[in-house]
Design a protein around this ligand. Structure first.
Ligand code: ATP
Ligand code: MG
Length: 343
């Protein structure tokens, strides 16, 4: 689709996901891993996707990139990248988009790198295939990328194999691969959780800086709220396969309007939310095979009323453009005021 036929919203957003549903066939039944999720990633901006383990974050990212495991299937939805629905593309067209338009950085770089191929060649592959670079030009581009992501002595390291690199250096290689064809958006699935804390911070800063410099958008999955606050402008909160809250980071994380988000910020260490002690969210995540009716969070929610236990509870837009699925979100305001008063 050319720019003239894109709507205003599509011009502003590099990625628009509408009502995405992913189901997984398992021996215990059909898992509704992603159940009607919609969000946008602003052009040049960063969207964080947060939520407990098992809430569907990775399945959402994988569905966007079209790399779901064989047992998982997209059953409905749209994934609009610059107005083109990736879900309607065949494999050959998808392969032309992955790399030059959209790329991904995974949690464990070792599993994404080819262990028997030299690191430099793996970085050079994208420009060779997608940009039609000659061998010499791709090597030049690779050396430049290796310098940009802070890999020392790139001429020598070009010929090394992944196992000769530390975890942090491997993740720099992944960033170089992701950036190699100058995509519009990079999807990151907990790209630093496998690294130790000081390296995590270096990698995050690097990623944020490179994206800012080159205008690349980011979608960033993490458990780590301070990381979201550091590098994202927008955040979406996922619970039980659905989004429960969405909006600007400063609104959602400092002034949550969903009791699940409130629970997340109250239980996050090192987060600037007003609190003296960590309060874990009681209870356990819902089954995605037989989710509870009504709001999926209601069995764990202090604010739940009868109307939370039946019917659909879709996201609704609040003044200022943020959105919440909570029917009683004003109760969060009261709880926040009580937290602040108790400090
Ligand atoms: N192969 C599978 N068979 C059955 N269920 C699966 C399979 N893979 C994932 N799931 C389920 O799908 C749901 C979503 O998984 P997903 O990996 O997207 O979660 P996540 O939010 O990324 O969690 P984490 O934070 O632990 O990475 C989970 O409840 C998980 O149990
Ligand atoms: Mg995951």
């Amino acid at each position: 689709m050319n720019e003239q036929s894109m709507s205003g919203a599509q011009m502003n957003n590099v990625l628009e996901v509408n009502d995405l549903r992913v189901q997984i066939t398992s021996r215990r039944g059909l898992v509704r891993a992603v159940d009607g999720v919609s969000f946008e990633v602003p052009r040049g901006g960063a969207l964080g996707l947060v939520g407990e383990s098992g809430s569907g974050k990775s399945m959402t990212l994988r569905a966007v990139l079209g790399v779901l495991p064989p047992e998982a299937h997209v059953v409905s939805g749209q994934v609009l990248l610059d107005g083109t629905d990736l879900l309607t593309l065949n494999q050959a067209s998808l392969n032309r988009v992955r790399g030059p338009k959209i790329s991904m950085i995974f949690q464990e770089p070792m599993s994404a790198l080819n262990p028997v191929m030299r690191v430099g060649q793996q970085i050079a592959e994208g420009p060779r295939i997608h940009l039609g670079y000659s061998r010499a030009r791709a090597e030049e581009r690779t050396l430049e990328l290796m310098r940009r992501v802070g890999i020392p002595d790139p001429e020598r390291r070009y010929r090394a194999y992944p196992h000769e690199f530390s975890g942090g250096m491997r993740q720099r290689v992944m960033i170089a691969i992701a950036l190699a064809c100058e995509p519009e958006i990079i999807l990151c699935d907990e790209p630093t959780t496998a690294l130790d804390v000081t390296i995590q911070d270096q990698i995050l800063r690097l990623l944020a800086q490179l994206c800012q410099e080159s205008g690349v958008s980011l979608m960033f999955v993490t458990h780590d709220l301070p990381v979201v606050a550091q590098i994202c402008q927008q955040v979406a909160v996922m619970y039980g396969g659905q989004l429960v809250e969405r909006g600007a980071v400063r609104d959602v994380l400092l002034d949550p309007r969903h009791p699940y988000t409130l629970g997340l910020v109250r239980s996050a260490p090192d987060f600037e939310y007003v609190q003296d002690s960590l309060r874990p969210i009681p209870g356990s995540p819902p089954s995605l095979i037989t989710p509870p009716p009504g709001c999926r969070f209601h069995p764990r929610c202090d604010f739940a009323e009868d109307d939370c236990r039946t019917g659909e509870v879709p996201l609704r837009i609040l003044p200022g453009g943020r959105a919440t699925a909570c029917l009683h979100h004003e109760r969060c305001l009261e709880a926040l005021a009580a937290d602040r008063a108790a400090r």
